[in-house]
Design a protein around this ligand. Structure first.
Ligand SMILES: N[C@@H](CCC(=O)N[C@@H](CS)C(=O)NCC(=O)O)C(=O)O
Length: 232
């Protein structure tokens, strides 16, 4: 049985990691049997990040590498009828969300001091109170360094938010009036779409992005559609 290592549900969403939510959504859409193992910290994960899977004697970390492995081993259940061009469009949208929109979420959740108390009381509440503040401070400092090195951390909050809004508008335009990103049936790219959009709607993190999604009938219906298809 495939074991999926993910975070415990948080903020009213199934997984506050868009990557873990993506991978769980993929496993469900592809109809693969798996068991979820919920953990609090990624420190002991193979690449010190969540999600990862263990399948027999194989351990695979990174949601895209996991999906690649699952497709190789169990067949490309969601992609076999897609054209090369559809795959290319899906890939471009997925990469936009994972490699750029992701940073908008990181900035919103971790760089906003008003959210720090909430983060400490949720994700970090398993850490003894005496050292929790110090550990949290170090994590925030490391994240800020990472964001600066990436480049996104050199922009203002308003500029970063505008990137996110552009990304959502691009996603909405590619989706158009289709039920799923690439047509009438879900593909692996919808796992990423849902993983990110559902996470932006966590009510503890209201933002121009959640307002944009809430104001878009297309995007709200899409979240609901993928949610029902994957989770029933
Ligand atoms: N490219 C990775 C990204 C995974 C990732 O960034 N996971 C975050 C949670 S959203 C994490 O575990 N962060 C912990 C850390 O960076 O220390 C994937 O697709 O799985």
């Amino acid at each position: 049985m495939i074991e999926l290592y993910k975070f415990v549900p948080q903020f009213g969403i199934r997984d506050a990691s868009p990557f873990a939510l993506k991978l769980e959504t993929y496993l469900r859409l592809a109809g693969l049997d798996f068991e979820s193992i919920e953990i609090m910290s990624p420190v002991k994960a193979p690449k010190a990040k969540i999600p990862y899977i263990i399948d027999g004697d194989q351990t695979i970390a990174d949601s895209s590498l996991c999906i690649g492995y699952l497709k190789d081993k169990y067949g490309d259940k969601l992609g076999k009828n897609l054209s090369l061009k559809q795959h290319a469009i899906g890939h471009a949208v997925k990469t936009m969300l994972e490699e750029r929109t992701y940073w908008v979420m990181v900035n919103m959740r971790w760089m906003d001091e008003d959210k720090h108390q909430l983060m400490k009381e949720t994700w970090f509440d398993a850490i003894p109170a005496l050292i929790r503040g110090l550990i949290f401070k170090k994590i925030i400092k490391d994240m800020a360094k990472g964001m600066y090195a990436h480049g996104i951390g050199r922009h203002t909050d308003a500029e970063i938010m505008a990137f996110g809004l552009d990304d959502l508008a691009a996603f909405e335009a590619v989706l158009g009036d289709k039920p799923y990103l690439l047509g009438d049936v879900p593909s692996e790219y919808d796992a990423t779409g849902y993983g990110f959009l559902a996470n932006f709607m966590a009510e503890q993190f209201p933002s121009p992005l959640s307002e944009y999604i809430a104001g878009s009938k297309t995007l709200i219906a899409y979240i609901d559609r993928v949610e029902k298809k994957a989770f029933g």
